[in-house]
Write a protein that binds this ligand. Structure first.
Ligand code: SIN
Length: 299
C-alpha cells in the first residue's frame, strides 16, 4: 500500500489531480460500497479538493448512477422538480428524465443518441437559472480512442489570487446569466425551444459567490451564459468579464481530463467552469450520461 495522502479516509485512497484542485478517489465501487457514511466522506473530499473528483472503473447502470447522484441533492428531471431544459429534452434518456445524454452516436433510424458537441464552450451548468446546478455527475460509457477531453477552470483559486483592490471592486457586483447567449452561438436554431429564450432561463447572480459547504469565495461568471454585469454598459462589462475569463483560464487553474470508459467525474458548478473539447472524428463514438443536481440560489 502506498503512503497515505492528505484526504485519505478509512474507506478509500485520495490522489490529487493538480496542486490547486481535483482528486482521484480509489478503492471504492459505488454500486457495491455506497452507504451514508461513505457518501459523507466522498462529499467532504469533493469539497476539500475544490469540487472535482474522479472515480475510475465504475460500471454503474443508469439507475445506479441516478441513485448515487441523488445523494448530492434533487436532480433536474426528478419527479416534482424542474426538467433540465426544453431545448435539450430530445437528448434526455427516454426512460430516465434525470439523464442528459451527450453523444455523437445515432441509432439505426439516424436519430441522435445524445447531444453532439454539448458544452463545447466555457460554462457552468445551468447558471442561467435562479437555482443553478450544484454537482454534475458524468459517466463515460463509450470514449474515442483519442480526443474528447474535458477541461475545468478553477474559479475559487483564481479568485483567491486576485488583488485586494479587484476583490473589493467585485464585492457588490451582480451579473446577468442568460441562456439566449448560448442559444445564439452554440445551438442550431431549429432545436432551440422559444420558451427557453425567456423567463426562467435568465437570472441575476453575484459575481463573487460563497460556497455553501466550504464558506470559500469564488468567481461566478462564465462566457457561455453570462451576458453582462448589472448596472454596467455592455462595453464596460465586456472589458471586466474578459479580464476575469483570461485570469481564471490561466494554465495553473486548469485540469484537463482524458476520459477512460467507466470514469465517473463529479464537478462542482459553483466553483468550476468546464469546456468539452470536440476534436474527435464522427467514426470515434463518445457516449456519456450526466445527472445534474439542483443547487441553491447563489449568495
Ligand atoms: C457538459 O456537460 O457540458 C459536457 C461535458 C462533456 O461532454 O465532456
Amino acid at each position: 500500500m502506498g503512503q497515505a495522502m492528505i484526504g485519505d479516509s478509512l474507506n478509500f485512497k485520495v490522489k490529487p489531480l493538480t496542486p490547486y484542485f481535483g482528486a482521484e478517489i480509489s478503492g471504492v465501487t459505488i454500486n457495491c460500497d455506497l452507504t451514508d457514511e461513505l457518501f459523507a466522506e466522498i462529499f467532504s473530499t469533493w469539497v476539500d479538493f475544490g469540487g472535482l473528483i474522479l472515480l475510475k472503473d465504475q460500471m454503474l447502470t443508469t439507475k445506479q448512477h441516478i441513485e448515487f447522484s441523488r445523494y448530492f441533492g434533487p436532480l433536474f428531471g426528478d419527479p416534482n422538480h424542474e426538467p433540465l431544459q426544453n431545448t435539450v429534452s430530445r437528448y434526455m434518456h427516454p426512460n430516465h428524465s434525470q439523464i442528459y445524454r451527450v453523444s455523437n452516436l445515432v441509432d439505426k433510424a439516424g436519430d441522435p443518441l445524445g447531444r453532439k458537441g454539448a458544452g463545447t464552450y466555457w460554462h457552468s451548468d445551468v447558471s442561467f437559472r435562479e437555482r443553478p446546478a450544484q454537482a454534475s455527475i458524468l459517466h463515460a460509457k463509450q470514449v474515442p480512442n483519442c480526443g474528447g477531453d474535458t477541461i475545468f477552470a478553477n474559479q475559487a483559486s483564481s479568485y483567491d489570487l486576485l488583488s485586494s483592490g479587484m476583490k473589493k471592486t467585485l464585492e457588490d457586483i451582480f451579473a446577468w446569466h442568460d441562456f439566449s447567449i448560448a442559444a445564439r452561438t452554440q445551438y442550431a436554431d431549429k432545436i432551440v425551444v422559444e420558451r427557453d429564450m425567456h423567463g426562467d432561463n435568465q437570472a441575476l447572480h453575484p459575481v463573487v459567490r460563497t460556497h455553501l459547504n466550504s464558506g470559500k469565495k469564488s468567481l461566478f461568471v462564465n462566457p457561455g451564459f453570462t451576458s453582462h454585469l448589472d448596472g454596467f454598459t455592455y462595453d464596460e462589462s465586456s472589458v471586466i468579464l474578459k479580464f476575469l475569463y483570461d485570469h481564471c483560464t490561466k494554465p495553473e487553474f486548469i485540469y484537463r481530463h482524458t476520459w477512460k470508459k467507466g470514469d465517473l467525474l463529479i464537478w462542482d458548478n459553483r466553483v468550476l467552469m468546464h469546456y468539452a473539447i470536440m476534436d474527435y472524428p464522427d467514426d470515434q463514438g463518445r457516449y456519456m450520461e450526466r445527472c445534474t443536481v439542483i443547487g441553491e440560489k447563489p449568495f
